[in-house]
Structure formats: structure tokens, C-alpha cells
Design a protein around this ligand. Sequence first.
Ligand SMILES: [Zn+2]
Length: 366
Amino acid sequence: MATGFVFHELYMWHNTWNWAQVFAPSLTVQPGEHAENPETKRRFRNLLEVSGLLDQLVTIKARYASEDEIARVHTREHIARIKAMSAENGGDASSLTPFGKGSFEIAQLAAGGTMAACDAVIEGRVKNAYALVRPPGHHATADVGMGFCLFGNVAVAIAHARATHGLGRIATVDWDVHHGNGTQSIFYADPTTLTISLHQDNLFPDASGSLAERGEGAGEGYNINIPLPPGSGDGAYLAAFEQVVLPALRRFKPDLIIVPSGFDASGVDPLGRMMVTSEGYRAMTGLLMQAASELCGGRLVMSHEGGYSPMYVPYCGLAVMEEMTGIRTAVEDPWKPHMAKWGQQALQPHQQQAIAAAARLIEAIA
Ligand SMILES: [Zn+2]
């Protein structure tokens, strides 16, 4: 069976204006393009085409998530606020999250694209799927957008998979370099959704993503944060998978695994300070495919989140898609020899300490 792929031209038309004032109250630097712009995603999609891999993928048609479907995880007030601003000239979902006219509908299409990817995998039309959507979603909470996100695409898709396919347990493994705070908060009291986030410690949002955030009420123990020190590379990420992510998934036994997939943990990302390579992303994908095949018939869906290096995101994305399809193209990652010279890719003792602390959390999963 083939791998499904979701893309829509409208994802590229979500306007984030420019940013110069997002970190400062006054204009002190020349305004430039917002970091969350179409370029990295378009180049990822284009490398799939140029490499020939796109021809091997099954196109899954994106659809618009309805307001009722979004309201399964977001407040009506939040939806109405974004809709009203979008109908005018756009606005800001909160700090850092400017959007233009029509972005409400594009955000509906991003959530709906992730839902469509889940439908195709759950119904067995494809073995796994990647939704290359925009705007991203993992920072949006029930009642506010933030961190470039309007609606929680993955959260909406999880609620949809439950409501329409009757799925029980669903796990997310968020490898975006920023904390998946939105997904975490939406399912914080829900023991049927295991939310795992690997992220750079103390990056974004402020004071978010610590080991102490473990869920609440019936959901206590079903949220696992793996905050990693800046400088963590393939060695640390793979160790975190072996010691925390995979054992947690095995205890939880999900019916579906969804990855909020950000390539901003890469070694050349402007917004993160991690060192993951395309080979690291390939290896993490392979481990998740193994876990999915062992636990849930191979059901694995990825939904695109961050990743801000226009030169490198395409290679990370291609590596993930090659692994998901089992097809190697002739394209080589041109950064590989360059990044190999940097050193420090192997697991370091202080990184192992952080991972061991997170590993202690998995015992709470029943
Ligand atoms: Zn991110």
C-alpha cells in the first residue's frame, strides 16, 4: 500500500505579513518576511516532485473542516473571532500570529487536510500519510491562537477520528522544536489521548513544556514532555525515542499515532538551537513506523508544523517521506558532509540526564 499526501495551493496563500515588531514594542529593525511564510513548505513539496517521489504518493484531497468540527476542541468565541478578523483585513490571533484576509478558510482547510489524512489511513486506503498543511496548529489552545497557529489541526483531527471512526486511544509524538502546548492543553484531562512532546527546553512558549506538566484529573500521566537541552542532535533524539517515546507508546497501545511534524529541530533552523539532521528525522520516522506496525496496524499520520530553513526543510521532509514510502530517491542531502563536521551529534551526558528524567514519567501510563 502507498503513502498518502495532502497539499493545497491555498496553504501557500495564508498571509503572515512581515515581522519586525513581534519581539519588541517599537520598530527598531527593518521589517522583513515573517518566519512562518510559504517558502519552506513549497520547497518541501517541490523537492518531492523533482525527486520523483511525488509520483509514488497517493494524493489525498483536502477538505474544509466545518465550524462544528473545529468546535469539538475550540471555543465558539475563538472561532468567531478569527472568522470575523479574516473577513475584514485579517488580524492577530494573539502575539506572533498575524494573518490576512481569508486565512480563516485556509485554516479550515489545514484542519480538514489533517482530518482527510486520518480518514485515508483509518479506512485503509493508504498505509500512512503526510499532510503538508499551513497554517500550523500545535500551539493553538481551545480559546486562543498563538505561535503562528490558528486552530489545532492535529487536535481537530483527533476529535474527528474519535467521533466518526470510533477510535479509542490516540497518541501524538510532537517533534517540532517548540513545545506542543496547544495539543497538550486540549487533551490535558483526557486519558485516551497520550500527548508526547520533544522540544528544546524553555524555548517557546515561555514557562511551558516542563516535566511537571503531566496532565490532570483522569488525564494525569497521559502527557509527557521531554525538554531537551539546546544543542541536542540525532543521538539525543534517538535516545529519547528509545528510552521514552517507544516505551510510552508500548504501554499506551494507541489505535493511531499522529505526529505534529516540525523540522525546526534541524541543525540550521533560524528559530531553534538543536542539531537534528535529515538522517535523524529519517530514523525517528522508522522507529515510529515500527511502533505503529507493532501496535496499531501501521496507522501513522503526520501533520506539518514548523521548520524555517528554506535550504534544509526540503531535505528533512524528503527523508521522512522516503522512509514512510520505503522508496529511496537519487537525491542526496547536500548538507550531510557539512553538518557531520560539527561533532556533538552523539548523545551527551547532560542530554542523557534530561532523557532519564522524562523516562521516569512513563510508569504512570496504564
Ligand atoms: Zn516550531
